[in-house]
Design a protein around this ligand. Structure first.
Ligand code: FAD
Length: 478
């Protein structure tokens, strides 16, 4: 095969996917398809507003506006020259092809090389009342604001932990929304311990402190070292109960944004056969790769979809994975640029370590959740039901537990409750988290209608769906 004629597919148009695509095209790859389920490029951080909304970049992205404008411009210049498929979900990967669904029909696209840059989603810990109308994830709260300039409520509390907690609260307050409180499970001392790492990127550290100062000036209640007890309300959120320093408190509100950091969207990589690795510091699974994004079988991973690193790391990783791919197909890949990327990524990794130290994931809350709290909201399975299944059947592994008690079998495919289920099984059985495993990524990674695959041009898809039904039934008989 001639260098540059390989069929390359990039999934994702966030910082990682956009930069990977631009690097590949710039190096001469013309057989290039870029797919994203989003209607426009930018990913989560540089999400674009729908047509008809005309807020300036500065009000959408704050200090990140120049980066957003640059990335959007770069991708817009590229989009017309390549096979770009927005609004298209990659729902599965098999037989050397990505399988897509654009809302109306399915398609399959064979590839020689595949770059997966699928981003992240919110990491959630269920607390009593978290399924009440009016509770959103932190990311979901931000999407409402960024996408359509909406607030999730008239009086909003943001709760959980992580940099997104203060960022979203700041963005809401700046946009004129009524932010009642920010309740952070991380303590002041956690922040002090993380500060030394964060100081490696002083500009970013100062920015985080500025968000806090702004919120304090706006007289938003700021609490650290918080133990969330429950979101309360009859039919809708009426307030949130929490403990700080041994004191019980209740704050009235009609909406809550809840989140505890992010978790990689790595189902497609798993389905494609990439190995996973346990990151003990973060209590999270990540995709194993060779340090440059090579994850085996012509698959490359980049950005938050392989391990959480943030937008700047994602953009660098997208370029790095593209350079690795170029080298693998015999096209020039600048070694100087690769060294620059390594140095910059190293600096940012230090900051990331600071973030993780400053905002630790309060895993112990999961084992403490009351029996009646819902663990899997799609299938309405409670903590008590899962605990009963563990006591009765003594499963040692989380996929077995899924088959026994049904959490993770609903619309979200365990993307929300899977990590919680693993934490609970680990806590109850005393087995280390990495030994109870994680829910296997399965297609379709997100729901698609069965009807849209029936009678389509691609009989393989239909056959696969039937085979999938059979293996699900096998799973349940474990
Ligand atoms: C909701 C949310 C809000 C965030 N807000 C901020 C913020 O304000 N500031 C900040 O610094 N960081 C934020 N982050 C973190 C930030 O998004 C990331 O660090 C950064 O965007 C990672 O870039 P990425 O290219 O790896 O992934 P993303 O930017 O997430 O891009 C992922 C891309 O993959 C596509 N995709 C995923 N799965 C599929 C599929 N199956 N088929 C087709 N396409 C697919 C998506 O449509 C998207 O284009 C946020 C994260 C989330 C989840």
């Amino acid at each position: 095969m001639m260098a540059g004629s390989d069929r390359i597919v990039v999934v994702g148009t966030g910082p990682a996917g956009s930069r990977a695509a631009q690097t590949l095209y710039g190096a001469g790859c013309r057989n290039l398809t870029v797919i994203s389920e989003a209607p426009a490029s930018g990913g989560q951080i540089y999400r674009r507003q729908p047509v008809g909304f005309e807020r300036p970049p500065s009000s959408l992205y704050g200090e990140d506006a120049p980066k957003a404008v640059r990335l959007h411009g770069m991708f817009d210049a590229l989009a017309g020259k390549i096979d770009y498929r927005p609004n298209t979900l990659v729902w599965n990967i098999f037989d050397g092809a990505v399988h897509t669904h654009d809302g109306a029909s399915t398609d399959r696209l064979e590839f020689d090389r595949l770059v997966l840059s699928t981003g992240a989603m919110d990491r959630v810990i269920p607390i009593p009342g978290w399924t009440l109308p009016g509770v959103f994830t932190l990311g979901g709260s931000q999407i409402a604001l960024k996408n359509q300039a909406c607030s999730i409520g008239r009086a909003v509390v943001f709760a959980g932990t992580g940099p997104l907690l203060y960022l979203v609260a700041y963005q809401y307050a700046k946009a004129g929304a009524n932010v009642v409180a920010v309740l952070d499970s991380a303590s002041y001392f956690d922040k002090v311990r993380g500060a030394a790492w964060m100081a490696r990127s002083p500009k970013m550290l100062l920015r985080g402190l500025a968000y806090r100062r702004y919120l304090a000036r706006k007289r938003v209640m700021l609490r650290e070292g918080v133990r969330l007890r429950a979101v309360e309300g009859a039919d809708n959120v009426e307030g949130i109960r929490f403990t700080t320093g041994g004191r019980d408190e209740f704050v009235q509100c009609d909406a809550v944004g809840l989140g505890f950091g992010l978790t990689p969207e790595m189902q497609l990589a798993e389905i494609a056969g990439c190995r996973t690795r346990f990151d003990a510091d973060n209590r999270q699974w990540v995709i194993a790769h060779d340090g440059q994004g090579r994850a085996g079988n012509g698959i490359y991973v980049a950005g938050d979809g392989s391990a959480i690193g943030g937008a700047d790391v994602a953009e660098l990783a997208g370029e790095r994975a593209a350079l690795a791919l170029l080298a693998d197909i015999g096209l020039p890949a600048s070694k100087t640029r690769l060294r620059q990327i390594e140095r910059a990524s190293g600096r940012l990794a230090g900051f990331r370590k600071g973030v993780e130290t400053s905002f630790p994931f309060p895993a112990a809350w999961i084992d403490e959740a009351p029996d009646e709290t819902i663990l899997c909201r799609c299938e309405n399975v409670s903590f008590g039901e899962v605990r009963a299944a563990i006591a009765r059947f003594e499963p040692r592994e989380v996929n077995r537990l899924k088959a026994l008690a049904r959490p993770g079998m609903g619309r979200c495919q365990g993307r929300v409750c899977g990590p919680v289920l693993a934490e609970l099984l680990s806590a109850v059985t005393g087995r280390p988290l990495e030994q109870v495993g994680k829910l296997r990524g399965q297609g379709p990674v997100k729901p698609i209608s069965y009807g849209s695959t029936c009678g389509q041009a691609d009989p393989q898809v239909h056959a696969w769906m039937l085979a999938g039904e059979k293996s699900d039934a096998d799973d349940q008989s474990l």
